[in-house]
Write a protein that binds this ligand. Sequence first.
Ligand SMILES: Nc1ncnc2c1ncn2[C@@H]1O[C@H](COP(=O)(O)OP(=O)(O)OP(=O)(O)O)[C@@H](O)[C@H]1O
Ligand SMILES: [Mg+2]
Length: 464
Amino acid sequence: MADNILEKSNEIFLPGSPIKNRRYLVGREQEIYDLQRTLRQAGQHAIVIGDRGVGKTSLVKQVLADKEYNDVWRGCEPGLTFNLAFRDLLRYCGIDFRDSEEINETTVEGGIKGSVFVAEGSGKISEKHSEKHITSSLTDITSWDVFKALEKFSPKRFILVLDEYDAVHRSEYPHLFHRKVAYAMKHLADHNDKCDSRVVVVGVASTSAELLGKHESIQRSAREIYLRTLKREHILDFLETAENDIGIEFEFDVKMSLAYGSLGFPYYVHLVGLECVEAMVSRDRKAKKVTLSDFERANINAVEQAFRSQLSKYEAILYISDPNELAIINTLALIPDLHPKREALKKYVAELYPKILGAKYESALNKQTQEKRFLYMSRRNDEIRFLDPLMKPFLRDRILATNQYITIKVFSLIKETNKAISVDWHGNKIWLPKSQIKINKKYDNVFSIDVPGWIFRKNLLSIK
Ligand SMILES: Nc1ncnc2c1ncn2[C@@H]1O[C@H](COP(=O)(O)OP(=O)(O)OP(=O)(O)O)[C@@H](O)[C@H]1O
Ligand SMILES: [Mg+2]
């Protein structure tokens, strides 16, 4: 029974791997429709963007799983060139490029000699076969070459997916790469009557211009599809489906903690959700209900795992950050606002860490946003967030899982009973059990309250 539960939950909770079964892809009806519509419209390409781990690859995979599409994928990495990326993509389509003179078909437009070799039949060609030609392909292919190569296959249409496109920013000539992609889209759009293949670019960004720069042709022939974080009700839907399919139950508070604590990132829900089931089974192999204490144990493991995998590259920055910088980082993790303005964050920091004021705050913030780039400040509206937004839910859990006390400042006690008080903290009403906290009165109506981390976290989780 327990083995069955574990097996099933490993099929449903997939931290780090895109959704395979449409049943578990929640809250994306509109975006699925938008991508399908884009691919139906003549000559339109798609740029799928959103925060890291928000579900971009899952969405594109689900849509392209439809039989009518022939999709080929190339994940990008730092240092990748347009030439390599598109040679690979075309090779997966069954088209190989050769540069030697004897090849019969030579393209003229674009100025560079490039030639097209169409592999026998269509579809995939063998690795052995492809290697033979790739070694001789030193000349850069142009955007026009890409169009001409795909045209060879018409009316068969391919969807060329460039995933993890944000990695191109760490290539030697990212602008050249972007421009060539823009032109490939343009040629395919302009000559859609001859070839209906499309390009789908997927990457972490908040606008398509941030991902690919500003190009008129992209504005005209590509549609931007932006993925927001998931809504709480969708996460609850996902958890309900998981409960039904696995044959277990999550306590109501566990579902709420997952939905609120994730801040809408499905990766969090999958990672902590899976750990919850494991924690339940290791507590009692016959158990069928995940309790809050299973969740608490699961959460500690999940946070550790996240810092070992997705967030590992930031661990080193945390080690080399000084106490003032850490104070800003911790504050940003703890507060309810996702993207506080510079001044708002300063107020929160002054409250949680009263010694970090003025120049100390500014200098620590600069180090984090400019030197270490752990934090990101948007130029347009002065908002501050973690460079990797997944940092916030996991770091918040890591800080608050400890028995450490947090000192908050409140301006009035709203209500007091024998056992608890309720206070207004930055416009959020929170309840604190008197036996667990220490209230220090400062002046009339100003209190500083020492609250254990886990109680503070419980309150944060219920803040809208
Ligand atoms: N709509 C969804 N409903 C439920 N779970 C989802 C949904 N979308 C994605 N997931 C899950 O969230 C996690 C991240 O998904 P995915 O890899 O597709 O995101 P991504 O945006 O491509 O991430 P990255 O920026 O790292 O490439 C995976 O565990 C995936 O199974
Ligand atoms: Mg992805």
